[in-house]
Design a protein around this ligand. Structure first.
Ligand code: NCD
Length: 350
């Protein structure tokens, strides 16, 4: 695939055909992510995992993905333990780490910082989130999740309807997913949020220009109607310029819970969320009363992060065609589901 040696900075760099090839590589590596098989195609390779902003699943799933392909990972977390706190420029740090690692993954609080880090560096660099900018690998795993859930339901991405709910202004996962879905045809976007958290106009215009239909709502009744996918997001208070002011208009009325899905949603609607879900009182994020619904895909979605990040590493390091030669069966104990709460259809052979 044309991805070998490339940086992955924005979802804009992917064409539809490339996204579809990545799905195929994803399907190939999934048995490794699900621990049915072992693989050491990246044996001897080192990935530098640089996280300058909070993360649990993105950091660990990148690490897991590289390790499950046989590579090892070198980590740094936060500014405190990095020489950036001594005044080192991103450029110097990047050049130094390029001398140590075969691939670099980076998350940073500033928009454009990962692209700046990647400038002039020839080792592949993957953007794991640059402030409120983009989160391309989350979009890839969201795409894989929609594809898989739809395969079970006999649905197609072209022509689908997606309700995006929550903080559409600051949510980088939303921004990247919109850009990814733009490559498909005739999608209906239901944007559901309070007035102060609307999707940036430039993104709305892009979607319309690409022939999609975009509707903006401030209530779930209209927003969820007819949607094939609900994509809920956390309110990103840490990115608010003025937390008190901006937070005022989000409340219980936009919180998705079992009752709102039953009343306004389609029977088979797939419910997604990039996680973390804010479960504190008054946070009004996706309700935990949805957890027993089989269409709640949020944990399958998080699991898919390992699969798609493995697929991406295989492609940027140019070994996607060699995977099968390096596979061996897994001899260790593996459960058929990860938790007793996982929906019954979530079996590894499904
Ligand atoms: C998101 C992020 O960091 O942008 N989480 C993730 O990577 N899965 C969403 C969020 O923080 O709300």
């Amino acid at each position: 695939m044309a991805l070998v040696g490339q940086h992955v900075l924005s979802i804009d760099q992917f064409k539809r055909a490339q996204l579809e090839s990545l799905l195929e590589v994803g399907a190939m590596v999934e048995p490794i992510a699900q621990r049915k098989m072992r693989c050491n195609v990246l044996s001897g390779a080192v990935m530098a995992n640089l996280f300058f902003e909070a993360s649990t699943r993105t950091r660990l799933s990148f690490h897991t993905a590289f390790a499950r392909l046989g590579g090892s990972v070198s980590d740094t977390t936060g500014f405190t333990f990095s020489s950036i706190s001594k005044g080192e420029s991103l450029r110097d740090t990047a050049r130094v780490i390029a001398g140590y690692a075969d691939a670099i993954v980076m998350r940073h609080p500033d928009i454009g910082s990962v692209a700046e880090f990647a400038r002039g560096i020839l080792v592949p660099i993957i953007n794991a989130g640059d402030g409120a900018g983009e989160h391309p690998t989350q979009a890839l795993l969201d795409y894989y999740t929609i594809y898989k859930e739809f395969s079970r339901l006999g649905k197609k991405i072209d022509g689908m309807s997606i309700a995006m709910v929550g903080d559409l202004k600051h949510g980088r996962t939303i921004h990247s997913l919109c850009k990814l879905l733009q490559c498909f045809e005739n999608i209906r976007f239901h944007l559901v949020c309070p007035d102060n958290l609307r999707l940036p106009k430039v993104l709305i215009e892009r979607l319309k220009q690409a022939g999609h239909r975009v509707y903006e709502y401030d209530n779930l009744q209209q927003g969820l109607a007819g949607a094939d996918v609900i994509y809920a997001t956390r309110i990103q208070k840490e990115r608010f310029a003025n937390p008190q002011e901006e937070d005022m208009s989000y409340g219980e009325s936009l919180r998705i819970h079992r009752d709102s899905v039953a009343r306004y949603g389609e029977k088979e609607v797939v419910i997604m969320h990039p996680l973390p879900r804010d479960s504190r009182e008054g946070a009004f994020d996706l309700s935990e009363d949805l957890d027993e619904l089989s269409q709640l895909a949020i944990f399958r979605q998080a699991d898919n992060g390992v699969t798609m990040r493995m697929a991406l590493f295989a492609c940027v390091l140019g070994v996607e065609n060699q995977l099968t030669r390096y596979l061996t069966p897994n001899r260790l104990f593996v459960p058929t589901r990860y938790s007793e709460y996982d929906a019954p259809f979530y079996r590894f052979d499904g």
